[in-house]
Design a binder for this molecule. Sequence first.
Ligand SMILES: Cc1ncc(COP(=O)(O)O)c(C=O)c1O
Length: 446
Amino acid sequence: MSEFTPDITRSYQLYKRAGEIIPGWTQLISRRASQFANGISPTYAQHAKGSRFIDVDGNEYIDWVNAVGAIILGHADPVVDTAVKEQIDRGSLYTLNGPLEIELAEELINTIPSAEMVRYTKGGGEACAVAARIARGTTGRDKILFCGYHGWHDWYQAANYLVEPESGEYPFAGIEPIGVPRVLAGTAIPFSYGDLAMLERLLEENQGEVGAIMMEPARSELPEPEYLEKVKALAHKHGALLIFDEVSCGWRLAIGGLQKRLGVIPDMTVVAKAMSNGYPMGAVVGSQAAMAPAAQMFVSSSYWSDNIGLIAALTTIRELKRRNSEARFKELGENLRSAINGAIAASGLSGACTGLHTSLAVTLDLPDEALQPKVKTLFIQEMSRRGIHCYMGFKGTLAHTEEEIRLTAEVTTKALKVIKSGLDNGDLDSLLNCDLKKDPFRRLVR
Ligand SMILES: Cc1ncc(COP(=O)(O)O)c(C=O)c1O
């Protein structure tokens, strides 16, 4: 692909204006300029189709971020978009309930092993908050042990009262839980992924008080054999519900979630994002025993069952099945992995393309771990300059082609060669034409 330093003047102007009228610039932290190569990467897009987008300055990029995973079939998928447009003509939100609500619930029940009952939301964090409410209501217990990222709501953010914000420990390094009631401190308690002894200790220390264990069952690697089974056994031994947050690991690896792939069935599951290919939709599903008591709880919102989200989710899930997505994601991921490994070898650096085939990362062996932030930012910068939008990793869609894998590997070789020269000459700084990427939070899960 051609080498250019894109003109991002319009992106820059919009971002500057955003800073004046939108506190925090963006609605999603992952869309902040500081998450990429600030000054080189684009921040505003005007068009997206398939595996690519065009920024507001007219530059085209291959997209390996895909709305942080929410786009799974490809941007502006014609089948989903046609279904949505036809639904718009029939009405987006009725006064009455719509039958799509039942149709999607049945589709989810037939697709996700833990699903016997279903509630809806619009986003993933919101669905986690609903799951937390239902778990507390069903068990009559207030505390939640968690592992992973579960959104912005008070129930979860309260965990940051348990640690010094600057410690870089759980879960939001450097971010204080400003605005979260202090009285919630101690109600959401983090545990480390894989550490069964820690989980058991926390359950014992909070004997009879833990209503749920909420966790991302995996993120970029599969768990150790038996790990999730043991977590489930511990949860049930202590009278707590097990909730899998499959918002990010849910649909690419297996339609129906990691639980389907690994055969560990939680009491409740949270899904969102990729289930509707870019239209707002989230759901909490679970067993009758866990969820039926929610009928007595106040969990209610005007847009949770709007027809657009419902039809988008129904169509996306059916298209994933029809297009044999699990096999294609496997093929795409493994081809990309070997192409990126080739690029790493060609650059002369030592490292590997690591992670699940649905969540690949470039991992380099550096002489000093402290160089990671600079290397990551330089990687994003050099990829961006050549028309590839990514983190130091790749999340594809069904619209990504073998040609895009080839182009991405070609550009990766060039980007890694720049990094190598910076490492060899000890002058990474002079190669950086942007601010250092900021990492606002860690996910506590591999
Ligand atoms: C595992 C997990 N849970 C919850 C969320 C929050 O979802 P949303 O951004 O739709 O509120 C995310 C978002 O990245 C996620 O990855």
